[in-house]
Design a protein around this ligand. Structure first.
Ligand code: UDX
Length: 476
């Protein structure tokens, strides 16, 4: 009998924490299914992953796995933080894109010990990979890090422009948006993805998303980190534009379910920053469901004045709190950058601050009762799986629409976008932890149950993973 060669998948993420985290999980899932996987990192990300994450031990057990690196063309001392995202986007266009071409064309990464690449799975914002895949005649599947509701909204930018809904002025933030099918009843200008706040239609960010969305429809298929029970109505509309669409979410829960079958340990880290585990010991000493976990992911930043508002809000809520305050969260440090003594004292009594936490573990710790989040999609899914209600302070990209869904559609939290006031922070925390907790918890527990079913044997995300692997084998 003739044996088909094992497929060799090249995974290529956008070089940022939220993207690396989920795409490494996808890589692990494909390895667990016996595929050859090459994970392509920029050198900067690769160094950080090897310094702070347990990738060597975790991936060392898979003989078919390897990392490959390329340069991003930025100087070694460049921060690559969100502050300088335009540099990163520029480097993708001018440096990463041609380097990627040279790497793949014509030999498809063929080497003595492994077959050439037979399938590319690239980040949804790197649509140039479709052209490269076409040139080497392999399929290109796009991985979407954000939510389906975000992706769906990006298909209607032209309609919003034609209807005069884009661009909008600062005094039109609460105006209803009616051009995105299925969202007519609750979407306002302020809930649109952040690049829609551009004042000019030729804004580079807006134009980039517009062209990336159109280009992405040429991909062989798309994978979304969501689940049918959560975003079913949007997914069925989306399939009219993207017929081949696999939902594998919540991906971290799907990975845990597959690891269990393979007798692998459930936790792992894909962190690009050093994790401070001392917060787990602190959590162990706190009563059940008493702690608010406060974290804005890897890229959101704030001003010193906003930090102080949040801090007073947390303290005045009277609740215990664990706060992830990344060293780069406050990029501009003014001369009056000081923290009032009363805040320091109250934090000593009932708070704990770290630079970076093992978030997935924190969220399922019994002491944690709620999540104050920036509504990054990974954080949102992790909160749902942990059955935690949320208060949302969204800033970039998909976050403003995610938070609208959290509050208005799924009804599992409160959206405080575009405000930053200590009294609102304190009130919403008390609502989440006490006054309005019951209704939120009923909804979030129902979603947690649905998520758990989706990733278990026979569930949609679980089956879709098998289907994806079969399809990759058939296309190889
Ligand atoms: C970015 C975008 O902002 C987000 O909107 C998009 O959906 C994905 O890419 P980020 O802002 O970092 O990501 O947020 P998020 O998607 O929530 O991802 C952050 C990840 O870092 C999560 O998986 C979280 O578990 C992890 N994390 C966060 C830690 O491990 N420790 C921390 O202290 C904070």
């Amino acid at each position: 009998m003739e044996h088909k060669p094992i497929p060799h998948v090249l995974i290529f993420p956008f070089p940022a924490q939220g993207h690396i985290n989920s795409m490494l999980k996808l890589a692990e899932l494909l390895c667990l299914s016996g595929l050859h996987v090459t994970f392509l990192n920029t050198e900067f990300i690769h160094l950080r992953l090897h310094r702070f994450a347990d990738v060597e031990t975790r991936f060392g057990i898979f003989p078919g796995f390897r990392f490959e690196t390329i340069s991003d063309g930025l100087p070694a001392d460049h921060s690559r933080s969100f502050n300088s995202i335009s540099d990163l986007i520029h480097s993708v266009k001018t440096f990463i894109e041609p380097t990627f071409r040279k790497l793949l064309i014509p030999d498809r990464l063929k080497s003595e010990d492994r077959p050439p690449v037979t399938c590319i799975i690239a980040d949804g914002v790197l649509s140039f990979t479709i052209d490269v895949a076409e040139a080497i005649e392999v399929p290109c599947i796009l991985w979407r890090t954000p939510s389906a509701c975000y992706f769906w909204s990006t298909f209607f930018i032209s309609e919003m422009i034609a209807a005069g809904e884009l661009p909008f002025n600062d005094d039109e933030m609460d105006k209803a948006i009616t051009s995105v099918p299925g969202m007519e009843n609750f979407l306002r200008s302020r809930d649109l993805p952040s690049f829609c706040r551009a004042k000019e239609l030729n804004d580079p960010g807006l134009q980039l998303i517009l062209t990336e969305t159109i280009n992405s429809t040429r991909a062989t298929a798309h994978i979304l980190n969501t689940f049918e029970d959560l975003e079913g109505p949007i997914l069925s509309q989306l399939r009219a534009y993207i017929p081949k669409l696999y939902t594998l979410g919540p991906l971290h829960a799907l990975l845990n379910s597959r690891r269990k079958i393979a007798s692998q340990p459930p936790t792992s880290s894909n962190s690009l920053l050093e994790i401070d585990r001392s917060c787990m010991t602190w959590l162990d000493q706190q009563p059940s469901k008493s702690v608010v976990y406060f974290s804005f992911g890897s890229v959101v930043f704030m001003s010193h004045a906003q930090m102080i508002e949040f801090w007073y809000g947390l303290v005045n809520s009277g609740k215990r709190f664990l706060w992830v305050l990344r060293p780069d969260s406050i990029p501009v440090k003014t001369s009056d950058f000081q923290v009032p003594e009363e805040l320091k004292l109250a934090t000593k009594e009932r708070g704990y601050i770290v630079d970076w936490s093992p978030q997935e573990e924190v969220l399922v710790h019994p002491a944690v009762g709620g999540f104050f989040t920036h509504s990054g999609w990974n954080s949102t899914l992790e909160s749902m799986v942990a059955g935690l209600p949320m208060v949302c302070w969204p800033q970039f990209a998909d976050q403003p629409i995610n938070s609208r869904y959290v509050s208005e559609v799924w009804k599992i939290g409160f959206d405080m976008k575009d405000t930053c006031d200590r009294s609102i922070v304190a009130k919403l925390i008390r609502d989440m932890m006490d006054d309005k907790r019951e209704e939120l918890v009923v909804s979030v527990n129902r979603i947690a149950e649905q998520a758990s079913k989706c990733v278990s044997e026979g569930g949609t995300s679980n089956r879709n993973l098998d289907l994806l692997i079969e399809d990759i084998k058939a296309m190889s």
